[in-house]
Structures are given as structure tokens and as C-alpha cells.
Design a protein around this ligand. Structure first.
Ligand code: GTP
Ligand code: MG
Length: 195
């Protein structure tokens, strides 16, 4: 996939601000600081379009990016950051409901998890939540560069089992650092986008 153009459309704080264009989109979900923004940047080969940070819990808006004028990536605020107030947590829940329950343009979600660790309870809840809306979920097991080659198979099987993944959902080992997994991730996304 050749990316000719990529731009931020809007950082949306509420539904009113979502783009109204009917073009298809893929959302990125995952724990805060797991590597969602890095995933976007690697996929489109732009170092810093999607803002990455060492401070977790930073992204509190839905950030819409337009790629090749053909589809949107939607960077969704992360979950599971301990130092978040009850009020912020409730607001996050409302934002998710507003987006995932009703967004017609949404074709699939990429759930980003860390290949080094057992998916958290929040990861499991998120996977089930997305499946409840009958959405295709591609699970991106990122930070592949951080484990030894010999551990890959075992980690992937563990992730598949813990999430109780459906057979039709793709589980893709990936590294934003090296770009490994990028071609498979593109192929899977384009098929969901019908492009
Ligand atoms: N080694 C390695 N580091 C990664 C990888 N992906 C992300 N990181 C690092 O992990 C940290 C968090 O990455 P982000 O992309 O900002 O994570 P995020 O999920 O967007 O975080 P929030 O927006 O705060 O929820 C950064 O320091 C990245 O450089 C990867 O594949 N390999
Ligand atoms: Mg981010």
C-alpha cells in the first residue's frame, strides 16, 4: 500500500464533530501507552502525524486521520491507565458508546495489545465489547521487536486463547520499531475497507 497523503481531519471531543463524509474507517483501540499512535505512524510512514507520548492517558479525543483521501484511521483514547479519576473514566465510557455503537463508517477495529504480556482484563473486555457490536477485530500484537524469535509462537497462541478470539479475526504480530507485520496489516485492513 502506497500512502500518498495523510492528514489530521479533526480531534473530536464529541459526536457532533465526527466527519460526516461516508468514507470507511478503521479504529485503533488499546491500553493507554501500548502503541496505538505508533502503529498509525508506522503504517503511513510518517514519524509524528499521530502524536505519541511517553505520558500515558494523553489522548482524550477521537483523532481522525484521512489517508489517500480514501479512508480514515481513528485513534481512540486508551484505557487502563491507573491514575484516571472516576469522572474521567465515566466520560471515556460515554465516548466509546457514542462512537462504537452507532458509527456507520466504521468497518473494523484494530485492537492493539503488547505481545510481551498476557492481555489484561480490560483488553478482554474491549475485545468482547467490540464483538458485541459484531465488528471485525484485528488484533495487532505489537512490540514484536522486544521478544526473542523463539517466543513468538507461544505468545501469539497465549494471546489468541486468553482473548478467546474468533477464528475469522486476524492476529498479527507487529513492530512499529522495525515495520515487521506491516504488509499483512495493510492487506487485512484493505479487505475490511473494501479497497
Ligand atoms: N520497541 C517498541 N516500542 C514501541 C512500539 N510501539 C510503541 N512503542 C513505544 O511505546 C510508547 C507509547 O507509544 P504510543 O504510540 O504513544 O502509545 P499510545 O497507545 O498511542 O498511547 P496513548 O495515546 O497515551 O494511549 C512510545 O514510547 C513508543 O515509542 C514498538 O513496536 N516497539
Ligand atoms: Mg496515542
Amino acid at each position: 500500500m502506497k500512502v500518498n497523503s495523510a492528514d489530521i481531519v479533526i480531534s473530536a471531543a464529541s459526536k457532533k464533530q465526527y466527519p460526516k463524509t461516508p468514507i470507511p474507517e478503521i479504529a485503533l483501540a488499546g491500553r493507554s501507552n501500548v502503541g496505538k499512535s505508533s502503529f498509525i505512524n508506522r503504517m503511513i510512514q510518517r514519524k509524528n502525524l499521530a502524536r505519541t507520548s511517553s505520558k500515558p492517558g494523553k489522548t482524550q479525543t477521537l483523532n481522525f486521520y484521512i489517508i489517500n483521501d480514501k479512508f480514515h484511521f481513528v485513534d481512540v483514547p486508551g484505557y487502563g491507565y491507573a491514575k484516571v479519576s472516576k469522572k474521567e473514566r465515566a466520560k471515556w465510557g460515554e465516548m466509546m458508546e457514542e462512537y462504537f455503537a452507532e458509527r456507520e463508517q466504521l468497518k473494523a477495529t484494530a485492537l492493539i495489545i503488547d505481545i510481551r504480556h498476557k492481555p489484561t482484563e480490560d483488553d478482554q473486555l474491549m475485545y468482547d465489547y467490540l464483538k458485541h457490536f459484531e465488528l471485525p477485530v484485528m488484533v495487532i500484537a505489537t512490540k514484536l521487536d522486544k521478544i526473542k524469535k523463539g517466543q513468538r509462537k507461544k505468545q501469539l497462541k497465549m494471546i489468541f486463547d486468553v482473548l478467546e478470539m474468533e477464528e475469522e479475526d486476524a492476529l498479527i504480530p507487529f513492530s512499529s520499531e522495525t515495520g515487521e507485520g506491516k504488509d499483512v496489516a495493510w492487506r487485512t485492513m484493505l479487505s475490511h475497507l473494501n479497497l
